[in-house]
Ligand binder design. Structure first.
Ligand code: CA
Length: 368
């Protein structure tokens, strides 16, 4: 099997939305007529990653063997390092890696989780990730209404997320605590809840919120500090009893190792931002060796989500449900078999590769 052609495209979901919601997809055409699908991080529509694939990565891969995905990733990470290995380049290589694993599965006639060593479980629970723009501006009542709505999807847990202005810290700590308290009252004492500060707190602010979350029995406290304050994240994690997590803005296994070294007990790298399936399995080994929880971040509900599910299925001692950010079916429109939860669980497809296929006519309609 040889790579013949690499295609990149954005898909726009709501033409009227500002800013437009776009996904960044990769399609790798190989000999034998096999096609692999991948997804890159959609920040700013993923345009920077898709451009790197088109101009720098695709020309280097024509004629390559898709089964060499790890060699391809390490070679290109180092060859293109000056494009910036943290962000757009790692997202581009993640998209390529996922598409190569999809091809590998199709070539060998196996679902990806089998090629990762087999599944500990083929049905994976999820948590509803609740946030989006200016969640911090919502009233306590508005937050509760959104939580109420998402409970209908039968999640195992709920994470409330505060999309702060990252240039300002500690904007409304009493308001944050009031929302966390109201949600706890609403769902009852036993329902698992998490709180994501989206890097919006100072160390002292995070101590205050963290102690409140401990009293409220929250499960984890995500990204309390700026992501680049790695040492302080570790120090905070050591002081608080609640599990402090970070890592959705880590783009390499070395960056995840730095969080672990600092003392962060739960890391959250994202399959479409760093390393794809190859990178996540390396993180899984790193976390297993250090006794650290790997709970992948993943907010894209189709290709990225499925790639993440295959890893979750194969993950030894997975401790928490997978993330589901967007439960709407609008992004299912271009897929024949988009992943949908049934009774609170995602069931892994048993077809070769990722197990997701495009509807060409719908792709053509929404492609940008
Ligand atoms: Ca987060």
């Amino acid at each position: 099997m040889k790579i013949e052609r690499i295609e990149v495209f954005q898909v726009q979901w709501e033409p009227e939305a500002k800013p437009a919601t776009r996904s960044a997809f990769v399609r790798i055409h190989a000999s034998d007529g096999l096609v692999g699908l991948g997804e890159a991080s959609p920040m700013q529509g993923g345009r920077a990653s898709l451009s790197m694939i088109e101009h720098e990565i695709a020309p280097a891969l024509i004629g390559a063997d898709p089964l060499d995905h790890a060699v391809i990733q390490d070679r290109l990470t180092h060859r293109l390092v000056k494009l910036g290995p943290e962000g757009a380049l790692s997202g581009a290589l993640a998209g390529i890696d996922i598409a190569l694993w999809d091809l590998k599965g199709k070539f060998l006639g196996q679902p990806i989780y089998k090629l990762l060593g087999g599944a500990w479980q083929t049905s994976v629970p999820f948590y509803a990730s609740i946030g989006h723009n200016s969640f911090g501006e919502r009233t306590v009542d508005e937050v509760c209404r959104v939580v109420e709505q998402r409970m209908r999807d039968q999640p195992t847990a709920i994470k409330i997320r505060f999309d702060n202005d990252r240039t300002m810290l500690d904007r409304d700590i009493p308001g944050d605590i009031a929302k966390a308290t109201a949600v706890r009252r609403m769902v009852g004492d036993d329902f698992p809840l998490a709180f994501d500060a989206n890097n919006g707190l100072s160390f002292g602010g995070a101590m205050r919120v963290g102690r409140a979350l401990e009293d409220l029995g929250y499960w984890w406290f995500e990204e309390p500090l700026q992501h680049y304050h790695v040492r302080e994240l570790g120090a905070l994690a050591r002081k608080l009893d609640i599990t402090v997590s970070a890592g959705e803005q880590s783009y390499s296994t070395a960056a995840v190792a730095d969080l672990i070294d600092a003392g962060v007990p739960m890391v959250q790298p994202d399959i479409i931002k760093m390393g794809g399936i190859t990178g996540m399995m390396r993180c899984a080994a790193l976390c297993q060796a250090h006794g650290v929880e790997l709970v992948p971040h993943q907010t894209q509900p189709t290709i990225g989500h499925l790639a993440s599910l295959h890893v979750a299925a194969a993950q030894f001692q997975r401790t928490k449900p997978c993330e589901l950010d967007d439960p709407s079916t609008r992004r299912h429109a271009i897929f024949k078999n988009a992943p949908k939860p049934v009774d609170g669980l995602f069931h892994l497809p048993t077809t070769p590769g990722l197990g997701i296929d495009l509807i060409e006519a719908e792709v053509a309609r929404r492609r940008v």
